[in-house]
Design a protein around this ligand. Structure first.
Ligand SMILES: [Zn+2]
Length: 384
């Protein structure tokens, strides 16, 4: 039996040693941060200078690929997607994917600056795509380059994908089948470094009502607009049963409508479009099947591929995030998570409300905090 005072000493020593280890780790992170954040800033600025609208990301992908290879890494490429496996890749270990996108939307009206000339003022880096998702691209790369050279209980894969803003088929979807099995993914998007643990999916439906044309003056024909009306009212009023604490109810909105050729012809065709945002309780296929049972017009889903997603709060990554003071939330905006058939969390520097706006910017401080937090979240993370 160890005497009480010795046990206490032992305890104090081990607690001291633990503090020392975490202090050493902290110092290491801070010194690495100081040396590396400047590089991340320069890479971000370089990316801002290269226009990279969806499907036009070749030059940005070239630049990023060259930059990663200059760090001594081997890259792979498909179209304008660039990825890179940790050099210590071990098939026995699970793999974590670090992903963000290099494409941007076209600049909205209202920019007072040149969207393609990065400028740094008061700790802000202005430029198109700085917030969505340049900050995530460069900070995740920074974290990848650091962690992939250390011993971790997992493999890392870094993937800078294209065509995200249009959910294009040449984007992440074309790359995933060729990657090693992924156990978990981090999707870098501006969330103020809060973890989105659920994300709404998207289902777009084209609906067609068919009637018979006739002369309006003689009240002939069968009016397709009136046929469409009942279904439009149904879409407005129907509520799916399962509501989600994170994502709320399934949302349905009729967003476009078309009918008629001239004032005196009863229209024989009326088409409208419905935008459906799914929560994690329903697959797009289930929603579509239910919708078809309720409406009389002919419905066609454009695709079922943009799924809602959800990860358990019990997941080790989410648990670690909570311990670090992060607040899990549900996100209504779509990301590449929709195309991932494995669990994922969306978390990144910047703020969603600054995306797709004029004079978009990223704070240097947000990038610094992101690097520290990504490292704290990932270093020695055990997935099971
Ligand atoms: Zn984005």
């Amino acid at each position: 039996m160890v005497p009480f005072y010795e046990r206490r000493l032992e305890f104090n020593l081990s607690s001291f040693a633990m503090k020392l280890v975490s202090l050493q780790r902290f110092i290491k992170i801070v010194s690495m941060l100081n040396s590396g954040i400047q590089t991340s800033i320069e890479v971000l600025k370089a990316l801002i200078r290269i226009p990279s609208f969806s499907r036009e990301e070749a030059a940005a992908a070239d630049f990023l690929q060259n930059h990663i290879e200059a760090q001594g890494m081997t890259t792979e490429r498909k179209g304008n997607n660039i990825w890179c496996l940790s050099p210590l890749f071990d098939v026995q270990k699970p793999s974590i994917l670090l992903n963000s996108h290099i494409d941007t939307i076209k600049p909205v009206s209202g920019w007072k600056r040149d969207p393609f000339t990065p400028s740094q003022e008061n700790g802000k880096i202005y430029g198109l795509g700085s917030n969505d998702a340049g900050g995530s691209i460069v900070t995740l790369l920074h974290v990848f380059l650091h962690l992939c050279r250390t011993q971790q209980p997992y493999n890392l894969i870094y993937l800078a994908s294209c065509e995200e803003e249009i959910s294009g088929q040449g984007g992440i979807e074309s790359v995933l089948p060729g990657l090693p099995p992924i156990a978990f993914a981090i999707v870098g998007e501006p969330t103020e470094m809060q973890p989105a643990i659920a994300e709404k999916g998207l289902l777009v439906i084209d609906v067609t009502a068919t009637g018979h044309a006739g002369h309006a003056a003689r009240n002939e024909g069968d009016n397709a607009v009136y046929k469409a009306l009942n279904d439009i009212v149904w879409f407005r009023d129907y509520r799916f049963e399962q509501e989600s604490p994170l994502l709320g109810a399934v949302g349905m909105n009729v967003t476009q409508i078309n009918a008629g050729t001239q004032h005196n012809v009863i229209p024989d065709r009326c088409t409208f479009v419905v935008d459906v945002r799914s929560n994690e309780w329903y697959s797009n296929e289930e929603l579509f099947a239910q919708i078809q049972q309720h409406i009389v017009c002919e419905a066609k889903a454009r695709s079922f591929r943009l799924h809602s997603s959800h990860i358990s709060v019990e997941h080790p990554f989410v648990q670690r995030a909570i311990r670090l003071g992060r607040k899990p939330f549900g996100s209504s905006t779509l990301s590449d998570q929709a195309l991932m058939p494995f669990t994922s969390v969306k978390i990144g520097p910047g703020c969603s409300s600054r995306s797709h706006t004029a004079d978009e910017y990223m704070l240097v401080q947000e990038m610094e905090e992101a690097v520290v937090l990504y490292l704290q979240l990932l270093d020695k993370l055990v997935l099971s």
